[in-house]
Design a binder for this molecule. Structure first.
Ligand code: GLV
Ligand code: MN
Ligand code: MN
Length: 400
């Protein structure tokens, strides 16, 4: 499976993946998913929100067990964030069949669309729409950096944007969703364990800071006469670091847009996107409020206007305790491995769906902790341990 998937959307320049929603690379990933489903005799469908499903058994019977993840990537992302969960899902099904397990609940494998939000700015669009956490009207207004709207992008890729919307009937048929994911930190490496179970996801969000100044000549405009939005932006980046350190949180300006973006022009606009996350809501509020207050002071001092817009927010997620304990119990009886329970600062579709259905996550060790980078890695032994653990979980939940 990896041999076919690895070349898709890979940049030869960076070695990273550029699999953005509704692009050619995304289409190729979707074709791969469909082939994997059909090669295993699974019924394949794409739902009203562009998520792909592969079914063993009839989901209409209800109480289905679903596993899977996403295939899209951040700009120059790694090979594992997302795809490891999908590849492992198909491999775990193969393992179950090899064991001769008798599957007694419908078993689904899913590829959620646009998890990373790299193109339209909002993460987990497919699962948010399905859960009703994003309305069709809001989704229709999403626009990429080239001004292409989500409906236009979907149509270009051959999908109907008019069907977008909540899918409660689909969710009502699912009794449990278990997402396997490469760990995006070093907790398992430090504890010396191959796999872990998720406890919670930190609250997190994205805020857009628009600093508007005045474009002017870089050579002839006296420093005292400038309204340069780059200055308060730069000061705000440092404030974000300071506020995050004070609160034991994280804050990142990882994306920036500059207009007119000329080497010899003072910018008229600097647009920076803040991603901030913390272990609890109060700390996150403190960090973001502190950054915004500092940004307003810096902007005023430089004669620059500032607008701050919250583009997305996901509150803290506590994964379903009963399902989490069930995973621990199953793995406790079936493997020799110690399986720690750990939290994460990364967002996931399982977190979005946890509001509506019981969800759980398995993490696979990442020896460097690096993620959202071409250097992201997981050792083959650990990936195999992940597949076996997922097969154990599916067998424990869905087989007699
Ligand atoms: C998704 O990977 C996120 O945590 O931003
Ligand atoms: Mn990611
Ligand atoms: Mn992911």
């Amino acid at each position: 499976m990896w041999a076919e998937l690895l070349p898709v959307g890979r940049s030869s320049a960076s070695g990273g993946y550029r699999r953005y929603a509704w692009t050619g690379a995304d289409t190729d990933c979707r074709a791969w998913f469909r082939e994997q489903a059909e090669a295993r005799g699974l019924a394949h469908e794409t739902d009203r929100n562009g998520n792909q499903w592969a079914w063993l058994g009839d989901p209409a019977a209800g109480n289905a067990v679903v596993t899977g993840s996403h295939l899209d990537s951040v700009p120059d992302g790694g090979a594992f964030d997302g795809p490891l969960g999908v590849v492992s899902a198909f491999a775990a099904l193969d393992e179950l069949r090899g064991r001769g397990a008798r599957v007694t609940r419908p078993l689904g494998i899913v590829n959620f669309g646009d998890e990373e939000g790299a193109r339209f700015g909002l993460a987990c669009v497919g699962s948010r729409l399905t859960a009703g956490a994003l309305t069709a009207e809001q989704a229709h207004r999403l626009t990429d950096g080239d001004g292409i709207t989500l409906p236009q992008a979907m149509e270009t890729a051959g999908y109907d944007p008019d069907t977008l919307g909540p899918d409660p009937e689909r969710l009502a048929r699912i009794g449990a969703f278990v997402e396997l994911h490469v760990e995006q930190g070093r907790a398992l490496d430090l504890s010396g364990d191959r796999i872990g179970i998720a406890s919670a996801i930190w609250p997190h969000g994205r805020w857009r800071f628009d600093f508007r100044g005045e474009a002017n000549h870089a050579g002839t405009t006296r420093l005292a006469d400038r309204h340069d939005p780059m200055l308060p932006y730069a000061e705000t980046v440092l404030a974000a670091r300071r506020e995050a350190e004070l609160a034991g949180a994280v804050a990142t300006f990882g994306k920036i847009g500059v207009e007119p973006n000329g080497v010899n022009a003072i910018p008229s606009l600097v647009r920076g996107w803040l991603d901030s996350r913390a272990a609890d809501q109060a700390s996150l509020d403190t960090v973001v409020t502190g950054i915004e207050k500092a940004a307003r002071e810096y902007a005023a001092a430089r004669g620059v206007d500032l607008d701050v817009v919250r583009e997305s927010f996901t509150p803290v997620v506590e994964f379903d305790h009963a399902l989490r304990d069930e995973l621990a119990r199953i793995l406790g009886t079936r493997t020799e491995l110690k399986v720690p329970v750990l939290g994460t600062g990364a967002g996931h579709d399982a977190g979005i769906l946890s509001d509506r259905i019981p969800t759980a996550m398995l993490f696979v060790r990442n020896p460097t902790g690096v993620s959202h980078s071409p250097a992201e890695y997981a050792a083959e032994d650990d990936c195999v341990a992940g597949v076996n653990a997922l097969a154990d979980v599916l067998e424990g939940l869905a087989c007699t």
